[in-house]
Design a protein around this ligand. Structure first.
Ligand SMILES: *Cc1c(COP(=O)(O)O)cnc(C)c1O
Length: 414
């Protein structure tokens, strides 16, 4: 690169990624092919509109690449319509709201402190200023089961236009059929925000909400799906809804699509369609279970009692007297990246909560199996229990670096 300043920063970040272990459950590593498409000359092109209906000329190849991405993602998730233009997960969700709601209309989604996402109605967000968000919760944070009776009661009372399933900090599975039943009862559209688990659904390790009759799925493409940073909106079969969503993305909330990203999405959808991806998705779950076992053995409380997916939420303050922020900082010191997280009923503040959230998608991409994941969990607990012991921390850091070296970030997808 001619720009030495930026080049140096990229190199430093590459070193950081190579030498540390990434346990943030929303992060992953893309293949060299995805990276290539992502950095391709499609970035030079303006292509407002949709394939065959653009406002500028020169669209022979943009049309083909966007059609390819749509075709692949529809096959992958078993649906009729897809919009692959959302710049990320947040605009994808905003577009669905804009497509189906009038200002003041109601959305029923998961309570944020019980695992829902900011874009599901956090008061600081634009959607929360335009629409009304009501919530459902877990019945008991120690089992993680959703309180479906209460969900139904709130739905009957508030008549939401959208019932939203999906989460970014919930370790169990949802009963999609129950959501659909309740939505039919109140005439709501069902929307599943699968940002975290799209790769697990694509790899058939978790259930596809479309198989239980959901109308819409939104997702990011850069989490378990291992694609470029971006979003998608899928519609199972209702063409009228799909058309409204297209209009809501463009010209509703976005301008020109990012064609280099769409090219990279097409590559990622191709990779996610392979048998190898199924093995990858299953291994993510096995690895999370392996870590769960170590936490259980050490009597550390986990929200939901454990995990059925790729992530674990541990109450480190309640179990070890270490706050979420302290845990995040001390683990960073030994080369493990994860994030502090509020837990259901947290008495501490969001900037220093009781919990940590971590997961296995990225280390599974690095080919970690159960054995290595168990060891990482043990090292995490050892560090947390000895957070002020320099010697212990140095030894852990050394072992983490060794593990990272033994399992380099793969360039090839398979
Ligand atoms: C990550 C995430 C999003 C937001 O995605 P961005 O790409 O960060 O905008 C939306 N919903 C859920 C459930 C997520 O986990």
């Amino acid at each position: 690169m001619q720009d030495k300043k930026v080049e140096k920063l990229i190199k430093s970040e590459a070193k950081r990624q190579a030498e540390g272990l990434e346990l943030i459950p929303s992060e992953n590593y893309v293949s060299e092919d995805v990276l290539k498409a992502n950095g391709s000359i499609f970035t030079n092109k303006y292509s407002e509109g949709y394939p065959g209906r653009r406002y500028y000329g020169g669209q022979e190849f943009t049309d083909q690449v966007e059609r390819l991405a749509i075709e692949r993602v529809c096959k992958l998730f078993n649906c009729k319509f897809a919009n692959v233009q959302p710049h990320s997960g947040a605009p994808a969700n905003l577009a669905v709201y804009a497509a189906l709601l009038q200002p003041g209309d109601t959305v029923l989604g998961m309570d944020l402190s019980h695992g829902g996402h900011l874009t599901h109605g956090h008061p600081m967000t634009l959607p929360a200023k335009i629409y009304k968000f009501v919530t459902y919760k877990m019945k008991d944070p120690d089992t993680g089961e959703i309180d479906y009776e209460d969900l139904r009661r709130v739905a009957l009372l508030t008549k939401p236009k959208i019932i939203l399933a999906g989460f970014s900090a919930y370790p169990r599975t949802l009963d999609y059929k129950k959501f659909v039943e309740i939505a039919h009862e109140v005439g709501a559209v069902t929307m599943a925000d699968m940002a975290h688990i799209a790769g697990l659904i694509a790899g058939k390790a978790l259930r596809n909400p479309f198989d239980d009759g959901f109308d819409i799925i939104t997702s990011t493409t850069h989490k378990t799906l291992r694609g470029p940073r971006g979003g998608i909106i899928l519609t199972r079969e209702n063409e009228e809804i799909a058309k409204k969503i297209d209009k809501a993305i463009f010209p509703g909330i976005q301008g020109g699509p990012h064609m280099h990203i769409i090219a990279a999405k097409a590559v990622a959808f191709g990779e996610a369609s392979t048998p190898k991806f199924k093995i990858y998705a299953k291994q993510i779950l096995k690895n999370a279970k392996a870590m769960e076992q170590v936490f259980k053995k050490n009597n550390i409380r986990m929200i939901g009692g454990g995990t059925d997916n790729h992530l674990i939420l541990a109450d480190v303050f309640g179990s070890l007297g270490v706050t979420g922020k302290e845990a995040q900082t001390v683990l960073d010191e030994v080369g493990i990246t994860l994030n502090m997280n509020s837990i259901a009923g947290d008495t501490r503040k969001p900037l220093d909560p009781s919990g940590i959230r971590f997961g296995t998608p990225a280390i599974t991409t690095r080919r970690f199996k159960e054995k290595e994941c168990k060891r990482v969990a043990e090292l995490m607990i050892l560090t947390l229990k000895n957070k002020n012991d320099k010697k212990v921390k140095e030894a852990v850091h050394k072992e983490i670096k060794k593990l990272a070296k033994k399992f380099p970030i793969p360039k090839k997808f398979v």
